[in-house]
Write a protein that binds this ligand. Structure first.
Ligand code: A3P
Length: 301
C-alpha cells in the first residue's frame, strides 16, 4: 500500500488504479447487487473535477418542471444529496428500484473497473485540468477530518499525484478511459470539460439537456430557463447558500468534511498560485505523453 495521508486510507493498486480497500470491496458488491436500468444516467469524474457542480446541473436540468425558482430543491438541500454515489452506497442495503426515471448516479470509478452492464448506459464525464485537480484535491485533503489522517506536505502530494498515486488515479488513465469510450460512442458518453463549462455554461447546459433526453424547448429558451439553471448552479449562488455552508458530509465510513469544503474557489488556473514552472512543466509533459495521439487536450486553451 502507498499514499497514506494523502487522503483517508492506504491506497492499493487494483488493476492499474489506486483505490482504498473500501472502494475495492464495493466493486464486488456493485457487480453482484446493482441492477442498472437502460434509462439510468451516470455522472463520472475524477475527484475534484467539478462533480458537485455537475450534480446540481444534471439534477436541476432533469427536474426543471418540478420546481419554481423561488422554492427550488437546491436552495434547501446540498448538491451532494441530489443523487447517490455508486462508490459508497452500501449494497445490498440501499434500494434504488423505485427512484424516478431516469435514475441518476455519480461515480469516480474509472471506466475500466465498472461492470459491463453499467457501461451500456449513458454517461456524462467531466474532465478538468490536472494541475487544478491536484491543487483542489490537496486543499480538500487538508480539510478532511479523520483520526487516521495526517495532512501531507504539498511537495509530497505533488510527487504522489505525478506517480499516479491518488484516489482513483492515475488521473491520466482515468480521463483516457472515458475519452476513448466517448469517441467510440458519442451518443452514450458526453465528455465535458470544466474549463469550457466556466467559459460558456449556457452552451454546455444545452448539450447536457439534449444528451439526457430533455432538450430545452423554444418556449423554455424564450423564458431564459437555461440561464436560470446556470445561475442557480453557479459557484457564487451555491456557495452562498446556508445549506452549503453548514453541516458535514461523510466520506465513506471513516471521515467527514464540512459541506462548505466542496466549494473553495471554483476557478480555472488557480494552480498558477501554487506550482513552480518546473512543476507545471512536469505535469504538462505527463499529459502530453499520456494523451499523445488521443486527440485529447486538457486545461484552458
Ligand atoms: P476548487 O478547489 O479549485 O475551488 P468536486 O465537486 O468534483 O469535488 O470538485 C470540487 C471543485 O469544484 C472545487 O474546485 C470547487 O470549488 C469547484 N466547484 C464546486 N461547485 C462549483 C460550481 N458551482 N461551479 C464551479 N466550480 C465549482
Amino acid at each position: 500500500p502507498k499514499g497514506n495521508g494523502w487522503m483517508v486510507q492506504h491506497l492499493y493498486n487494483y488493476n492499474g488504479f489506486w483505490l482504498n480497500s473500501y472502494i475495492i470491496k464495493n466493486i464486488l458488491l456493485l457487480n453482484t447487487f446493482f441492477k442498472p436500468q437502460p434509462s439510468d444516467i451516470f455522472l463520472a469524474s475524477f475527484m475534484k473535477s467539478g462533480t458537485t457542480w455537475l450534480k446540481a446541473l444534471m439534477f436541476s436540468t432533469l427536474n426543471r418542471h418540478r420546481y419554481n425558482s423561488s422554492d427550488h430543491h437546491l436552495l434547501h438541500h446540498n448538491p451532494q444529496s441530489t443523487f447517490p454515489y455508486l462508490d459508497s452506497e452500501c449494497y445490498p442495503f440501499t434500494d434504488f428500484t423505485n427512484a424516478p426515471s431516469p435514475r441518476l448516479f455519480a461515480t469516480h470509478y474509472p471506466r475500466l473497473l465498472l461492470p459491463s452492464c453499467i457501461t451500456s448506459c449513458k454517461f456524462v464525464y467531466v474532465c478538468r485540468d490536472p494541475k487544478d485537480v491536484l491543487i483542489s484535491k490537496w486543499h480538500f485533503a487538508c480539510k478532511i477530518r479523520s483520526k487516521d489522517l495526517k495532512p501531507v506536505a504539498f511537495e509530497e502530494a505533488f510527487e504522489l499525484f505525478c506517480d499516479g498515486v491518488s484516489d482513483y488515479g492515475p488521473y491520466w488513465d482515468h480521463v483516457l478511459s472515458y475519452w476513448k469510450a466517448s469517441l467510440e460512442s458519442p451518443d452514450m458518453i458526453l465528455f465535458l470539460k470544466y474549463e469550457e463549462m466556466k467559459k460558456q455554461p449556457v452552451v454546455e447546459v444545452r448539450k447536457l439537456a439534449a444528451f439526457m433526453g430533455k432538450p430545452f424547448t423554444v418556449e423554455e429558451e424564450e423564458k431564459g430557463e437555461v440561464e436560470k439553471i446556470v445561475e442557480l448552479c453557479s459557484f457564487e449562488k451555491l456557495s452562498g447558500l446556508e445549506v452549503n455552508k453548514n453541516g458535514v458530509e461523510k466520506l465513506g465510513k471513516l471521515a467527514v468534511v464540512e459541506r462548505g469544503d466542496f466549494f473553495r474557489k471554483g476557478e480555472v488556473g488557480d494552480w498558477k498560485n501554487y506550482l513552480s514552472e518546473e512543476m507545471k512543466e512536469r505535469i504538462d509533459r505527463i499529459s502530453d505523453e499520456k494523451f499523445k495521439d488521443s486527440g485529447l487536450i486538457v486545461g484552458a486553451n
